[in-house]
Design a protein around this ligand. Structure first.
Ligand SMILES: CC(C)(COP(=O)(O)OP(=O)(O)OC[C@H]1O[C@@H](n2cnc3c(N)ncnc32)[C@H](O)[C@@H]1OP(=O)(O)O)[C@@H](O)C(=O)NCCC(=O)NCCS
Length: 195
């Protein structure tokens, strides 16, 4: 049984060891990327509107987390994605999706705890009550649990096969309008709707 707990930027920075530990278990990144990832995550905590949820066991051990912040010009991800979405959807499309957006930066659940609804609760919890017009994110362009989860919550693909500058893996840029629509978050409802 896990509970969700809101974690402020100062605690987030002080718990970066735990954050990196969950990230590493979930993503299995190359070891030489971890120190850079740690710096990036630490910087994220200073972005406007930073919000984070930990999913914790009853003894307080975190087994999952999700965090995001308000995207603004000057942030690397925001600027790169804004330009690419503008090229694909026009300047107005980029403004609609990205000029008042919660950027969902990370969502991870330890492998032993996946598939129990924690990831869904984390995403819904981070998005709940946000003032922004949209929520946007990037995720690998592969048939992953993350892709399935985001689609089932109502995210649509803004870009597919997108390669970030300096990278090589293909990503999807996805977005959803806020507030998320409750009916879309319920798989049973979706099945009834589809049936
Ligand atoms: C993505 C992730 C956070 C989801 O967390 P989770 O706690 O497992 O998610 P949930 O249990 O809430 O729901 C996952 C959904 O994906 C489905 N799912 C699980 N494994 C899947 C897989 N391999 N392929 C497709 N769908 C899958 C589940 O059935 C569930 O869908 P449903 O509610 O329609 O049945 C977690 O799998 C994870 O940490 N993955 C590795 C890291 C990662 O990719 N993070 C996201 C980066 S953008």
């Amino acid at each position: 049984m896990t509970g969700l707990r809101r974690v402020g930027p100062e605690e987030f920075v002080s718990r970066l060891d735990s954050v990196l530990d969950i990230y590493t278990a979930a993503m299995v990144p190359p070891a030489d990327q971890l120190s850079g990832r740690r710096v990036i995550m630490g910087n994220h905590a200073s972005h406007p509107g930073f919000t984070c949820l930990f999913a914790e066991l009853p003894d307080g051990t975190p087994v999952g987390l999700a965090y995001g912040f308000h995207g603004v010009p000057g942030q690397w991800w925001h600027d790169v994605v804004h330009q690419a979405v503008a090229e694909r959807h026009g300047a107005a499309g980029a403004r609609d999706w990205l000029d008042d957006a919660l950027e969902l930066a990370e969502v991870h659940v330890r492998p032993g705890y996946q598939g129990a609804g924690i990831g869904r609760s984390l995403v819904l919890g981070v998005c709940a009550g946000r003032p922004e017009r949209t929520v946007v994110l990037s995720t690998r362009d592969l048939p992953t649990a993350a892709r399935h989860l985001y689609r089932s919550i109502g995210f649509v693909d803004l870009l597919t096969g997108f390669v970030f500058p300096g990278g090589y893996e293909r990503y999807v840029i996805a977005g959803a309008a806020l507030p998320l629509v409750p009916g879309r978050q319920d798989p049973a409802h979706r099945r009834e709707g589809a049936g």
